[in-house]
Every structure is written in structure tokens, then in C-alpha cells.
Ligand binder design. Sequence first.
Ligand SMILES: *Cc1c(COP(=O)(O)O)cnc(C)c1O
Length: 394
Amino acid sequence: MSVANGRQFLSIPGPTNVPDEVLQAMHRPAVDIYSGGMLGLGDSCHEDLKRIFGTGERVYIYAANGHGGWEASFTNVLSRGDKVLVLESGRFAIGWGEMAAMLGCEIEVLPGSMRRSVDPAKVEARLRADKGHAINAIMVVQIDTASSCVNDIPAIRKAIDAAGHPALLMVDAVASLGCMPFEMDAWGVDVAMAGSQKGLMTPPGLAFVAASKKAKAVHQAAGLRTFYWDWTLRDGPVSYQKYCGTPPEHLLFALRKAMDILFAEGLEQAYRRHDLLAEATRRAVGKWAEGQILAFNITEPAERSASVTNVIVQGQSPQPILDYCRDKCGVVLGVGLGELSGKAFRIAHMGHTNAPMVIGTLGAVEMALKALKIPHGTGGVDAAVGYLGSEVAA
Ligand SMILES: *Cc1c(COP(=O)(O)O)cnc(C)c1O
């Protein structure tokens, strides 16, 4: 028996749910890439991304996934032999660093944990020890989608400043942009990047990179520059140059609509919605954890992110829970990544997500725990609903 028929809930941390209006915005013929309509659309997307990144500087749009955005970020500011400090807090900064290593950068990982955020004091201590300023750039992720922690970017900036270190601060905001505040200029971030398919509710295929004035100055002498990713070429006067070729038209139609939806809600309101749905999820997980099998991956409550919650399954495989939710309930949960592969599942509350989707997902997990006879504290969904009922006033 199954109760899975009906709309499937994609509760994975990317790609996320694409709103119907965004899908419909793409369902139209291709247009002339040199016409006014396309030029205006591209310009408005470039302009409005600045608002979401919190910057007055240029944001570059690439036809690429997040990995393309990673490569675009460091090819524009790094040279072969440059030293990069990677701040570990899960998987994603490590992956970004591995990419830079293959292009000939020297990578040092500041050891962290799969279960904690980056400790700014450790960053400061490491940078103070770098008396000759050999480190050129620091890479960190705002929300690590694998561990589900959130890193405090302003605190990391303060740590860099306290050490008086000139390295560029490079931030991956793929799983956080549109879900929580990001203030590139106010926080002193030099290079920020994101992708279209997480908080920005757009199909995969666009990457965004924003560059500070300092990053642009470093860019002039960067040795890893390549034609496709190059900021200077994309700064050229012709629209075609902004995309280094044909604009990804239909993805731009989609992004335009998705940003319209986000701005209509209001960025602050969207961040608050993410906070509420994340906390509702944590209330449920907190109850389930009383059974001593499920546990939060991120041990410190303040370090748990607004867009994804990683739940460890102790002493048994999480696979039956994932299978039950998908096959019996029509809910697709995220799998564990890296060292948590086969040890955890992830619940996304990111992007185009509302109360029934999150409560429905939590209900499916609770059903799975019951059906599979996995010990758990009861009343998880109740706790989530109770929390939302008290926070969201009539
Ligand atoms: C998803 C994700 C990426 C990678 O994006 P792709 O589009 O899969 O290349 C990078 N960083 C973070 C934090 C992510 O969540």
C-alpha cells in the first residue's frame, strides 16, 4: 500500500521547487538576442541581483551550475602558485578548494568539523601566524549544504581584519542567497558566488559571481584568467560579451520571474519565512531525537542553518526512511554527503517552500519512523505546528 500519488514533494537541498509561474515564464519561443526586449531583460537581471547580493558592484551571470561559479570566482582573482586558505565546516568549501588545487593553487585547509561552523578565533590565529602574508585568499561557505551549518560571515571578516591580513574573502552563498541576509558590501566580502537552483527558485544552469573593487584590482594581474570566465571581457560594451556568447535566454526569463516573486514577498519577509520553517523543522527533529536514534548533525543550536537540516541516524541506515518517504508518501528527502553518506538524511526548507510543504514533509518522516518502528519521541509534527501557530499571528 502507498499514499504517494499526488504532487511529489521535492524536499532536497537543491535543486529546489521551481514555482509554476517560473516554469511558465520559460514556455515561450526564443527571441532575438540583439533585440531591445532581451537586452532590457538581461540588464534588469544584472541590476536586481545586486540587491540580493547586497552590493553596488557588478554581478556576473554565467551559463553554468554552482561549480562553474566556483571556477569563475577564482580564475578571475588567483594565479598559479597562490595560496588559498579553505575554512572547513562540512563538504562544500573543501570541494571549492579542490577545484582551485587542480588549477595549480596551493590549498591549506583550516581544519573544522562536519558538525560545527567555522570558529572565527581559529581563522584569526591562523592569519596572525601568516606574518609574510603568503595567503592570497580565504574561501568559506555561508551555509554548508552537507553539514547544514551556517557560518558567521561578518565575524569571519572581523577576524581577518583583527589579524590585519590582506587576503581576499571569498564566500559561497549557493545555499543561502535568498534564504537569509547577505550583505556583500557591508560585510566586506570580496568575491561572492551563488547558483540559480536553490534559494533563487530557478532551474539549475545559472551561476552568479559578484566582485568587490578590491577583487577587481587583484583581477588585473590574475594569472588564471580564461576567456569564458573573464570579468574584463564581460565588462565589454556589447550585450553578447556579458554572457561570452548567446545569453541563456530561457533561464533569464525564469530568473526574472523568480526575482519578481522574491521581491513581491520582500527579502526580509522571505528570510523570516525561512527562519520560521527551519525552526519548525528543528522542533520536530528535537522531539524525534528523544528516541536516541535520530540526532541533529549540527551540535550547537545557533549554528543550524535556515535552509537545510541534517539529521543523523545512529546505529542504523537512514535508507529505509528515505525509501519509505519517497515510495510510500511521495516525499523526496536529501541523502547524507561525504562522511555522512549512509548515516544521515537532510530536510530542505529552502526557496519556494511554505508551511504545508514543510509540515507535510515532517509528517511523512514521522509516518516513516512509526511504520519502520524506529524509536523516536512522539509529537514532532505537533511541536512544529504548535510553534508555527504561535509565531504566525492570525
Ligand atoms: C549546491 C551547492 C554547490 C554546487 O552547486 P552545483 O550547481 O551542484 O555545482 C556549491 N556550494 C553549495 C553551498 C551548494 O549548496
